[in-house]
Design a protein. Structure first.
Length: 227
C-alpha cells in the first residue's frame, strides 16, 4: 500500500455507484480507483472526504492505493483501502493546465477507434492499451432527448486536426447531468451554460464495462478549465 496524490479527472455514474479516475502526480500514470464494497467501482461514500463532501473533477486528493486489479478492458484499475481520501488543492493553475496538455489525445480516433463502442469479444484474448484518455472536443453541442420516457444526455463534437471525426457519445458526469437537468429536450451550445465566454473544455473519455456484447465510449468527466 502507498499514498498517492491524484488529480481527479472523472467522478462519473457507474450504475448506482461511481467511477473515479485520474492521474497520479507521483507516477504520472492514469488510475481508475476500485473500492471494496461493490465490484469494479466505488460507492458514493467511498468517494467522500472526512467532511462528507464528494471528490470533484480537478480536485487533487491523497488516497491510499492497494493492489493492481486490472482487467483486459480496464488496465488502469487499482484498489483503494478504506482510508478516507484527503483533499489537497484544486488543479487550476497555468502549470496545471500545461500538465494536462501532455495527456491530450489529439485524435481523431478515440480509445483506438472511430465508433461509439468496441466489441467485447475483442478482449477475450488480448488487452486494450488504455481505457481512459483526455481529449479537447471541438464544435461541441449538448443533446438532451427523451427516449421511452427516459432522459438521455449526450455530447456531440469533433476532434482531430488534419483529419476530423464526429462523435455522439453518452454523458455520465453527474455534475454536468445536473446542469442539463433544468433544460428542455433539445440541442444546446456550451455558451448556454455560462454567463460569460465559455471556458476551454476537455473531456475525460472512458470505456465502459461489457454490456450486451459491447464496451461503450463515455464522456465520464467534463473539465471546464480556468482562464
Amino acid at each position: 500500500m502507498s499514498l498517492h496524490q491524484i488529480v481527479c479527472l472523472a467522478n462519473s455514474y457507474k450504475h448506482n455507484n461511481r467511477c473515479v479516475a485520474g492521474v497520479s502526480l507521483g507516477t504520472k500514470k492514469w488510475v481508475r480507483l476500485v473500492g471494496s464494497k461493490v465490484q469494479g467501482c466505488l460507492t458514493i461514500d467511498e468517494t467522500c472526504y472526512v467532511d462528507g463532501s464528494e471528490a470533484e473533477v480537478l480536485d487533487v486528493f491523497e488516497a491510499e492505493l492497494g493492489e493492481n486489479c486490472s482487467s483486459r478492458w480496464h488496465p488502469e484499475d487499482v484498489s483503494v483501502t478504506g482510508k478516507r481520501w484527503r483533499p489537497v488543492r484544486r488543479f487550476d493553475s497555468q502549470g496545471d493546465t500545461r500538465f494536462l496538455e501532455a495527456y491530450l489525445n489529439k485524435g481523431p480516433a478515440i480509445l483506438g477507434g472511430y465508433g461509439d463502442r468496441v466489441y467485447a469479444r475483442k478482449f477475450e484474448k488480448t488487452a486494450i492499451d488504455k481505457s481512459l484518455e483526455l481529449i479537447h472536443p471541438d464544435d461541441l453541442w449538448w443533446w438532451i432527448r427523451e427516449e421511452g420516457g427516459k432522459r438521455k444526455n449526450r455530447a456531440i463534437f469533433r476532434i482531430g486536426h488534419v483529419v476530423r471525426a464526429r462523435y455522439d457519445l453518452a454523458l455520465t458526469d453527474p455534475r454536468w447531468i445536473e446542469r442539463l437537468r433544468s433544460m428542455a429536450p433539445g440541442i444546446y451550445p456550451p455558451a448556454a451554460f455560462f454567463e460569460r465566454e465559455s471556458p476551454r473544455t476537455l473531456f475525460t473519455m472512458s470505456l465502459s464495462e461489457p454490456f450486451e456484447g459491447f464496451h461503450y465510449k463515455l464522456v465520464a468527466g467534463v473539465l471546464a478549465l480556468p482562464d
